[in-house]
Design a protein around this ligand. Structure first.
Ligand code: NAD
Length: 301
């Protein structure tokens, strides 16, 4: 089965460099018409130049594909909606949205300016919200949409000096978790990529022995699958790094069940800690309420 996007229109935000560029090139090489969004600028979101988006548009066109540039910042709600408008004005539809744009302003929490926290949340989390919100009515109306958000292990596991980034990246998962339900009856699938690859973002963070395998183009096949018509999954997180692809889920321990009609003391909780913390027979956290219902059958009201 060949995965193609003929007749489909895609937006890739932050597509002027790194992972976004690879996603845009791959989608473009397989028939998608691509809005290459990128205001340019440095890794911390300062400065800007049209050249980044223009170069990727030229690459897609040179390979025989169709692409148009957009230089908006996703962090500006009105401009972000304009990215969707660019797709509609140019090709009259929008099928695929890859929320990829990102910046870093790393600092330990006690040194971090609130303005740097807010800026990082604005680009990653609110930027994805702004573009997705503009795309949503279009996708609902046509009863078709494929949306990707870009999360990070710096959020799901944490990383020193990245509280702003980690918070924003986990916020994206909350957004995805809820939108998977709201999009379900409209054939809108939304999934998350958790990538790790060599780009200017990670050049300083990882050792060379690891980095040399972490080609950014190895992330895009997972994203491309999430963007495809055949993707039936929604609400999934896929980890991708150096040719390694895996599903990420939240685990919940078997825990303890006290009689809910009786008081529970902090000491009872503390005594049950080994059972609460044990991940010996973990369950999928999405089954929490099902399991609770099962547990409560033991008690008479
Ligand atoms: P990168 O810096 O090479 O690319 C990010 C792109 O986003 C740049 O081209 C930049 O100009 C653009 N951008 C920045 N602010 C923008 C804005 N306001 N509006 C639109 N575009 C904007 O970094 P990358 O590694 O390719 O990162 C891509 C995404 O992947 C980011 O969301 C990043 O957080 C995420 N990510 C990357 C890694 C990794 O290992 N590289 C790991 C986890 C998550």
């Amino acid at each position: 089965m060949t995965i193609r996007y003929d007749g489909r229109v895609a937006i890739v935000t932050g597509a002027g460099a790194g992972l976004g560029r690879q996603h845009a090139l791959l989608l473009g090489s397989r028939g998608a018409k691509v809005v290459v969004n990128d205001p340019g600028g440095s890794v911390d979101g300062r400065g800007g130049a049209n050249a980044a988006a223009d170069a990727v548009v030229a690459e897609i066109r040179a390979a025989g594909g169709e692409a148009v540039a957009n230089y908006a910042s996703v962090a500006d709600a009105e401009a972000a909606a304009g990215i969707v408008q660019t797709a509609l004005d140019t090709w009259g539809r929008l099928d695929i949205l890859v929320n990829n744009a990102g910046v870093l302003r790393d600092k330990s929490f006690h040194k971090l300016e609130l303005s740097d926290f807010e800026f990082v949340v604005k680009v990653h989390l609110l930027g994805s919200v702004y573009v997705t919100r503009a795309a949503w009515p279009v996708m609902r109306e046509q009863r078709y949409g494929r949306i990707v958000v870009t999360t990070s292990i710096s959020g799901s596991v944490g990383n020193f000096g990245q509280s702003n980034y980690g918070a924003a990246k986990m916020g994206l998962l909350g957004l995805m978790n809820c939108l998977q339900f709201e999009g379900a009856s409209y054939n809108i699938k939304i999934n998350a990529i958790s990538p790790s690859a060599r780009t200017r973002m990670t050049e300083e963070l990882l050792p060379e022995a690891v980095l040399k395998w972490m080609h950014p183009e190895l992330i895009s096949p997972a994203v491309a699958w999430m963007c495809s018509e055949g993707c039936e999954a929604s609400g999934e997180i896929i980890w991708a790094a150096a040719g390694n692809y895996a599903r990420v889920k939240y685990l919940q321990s078997q825990g303890v069940q006290f009689d809910p009609s009786q008081p529970v003391t902090p000491e009872m909780f503390a005594d049950a800690l080994p059972q609460i913390m044990s991940l010996e027979r973990p369950m999928d956290h999405s089954g929490a309420f099902r399991q609770l219902e099962e547990n409560l059958k033991r008690f008479v009201s």
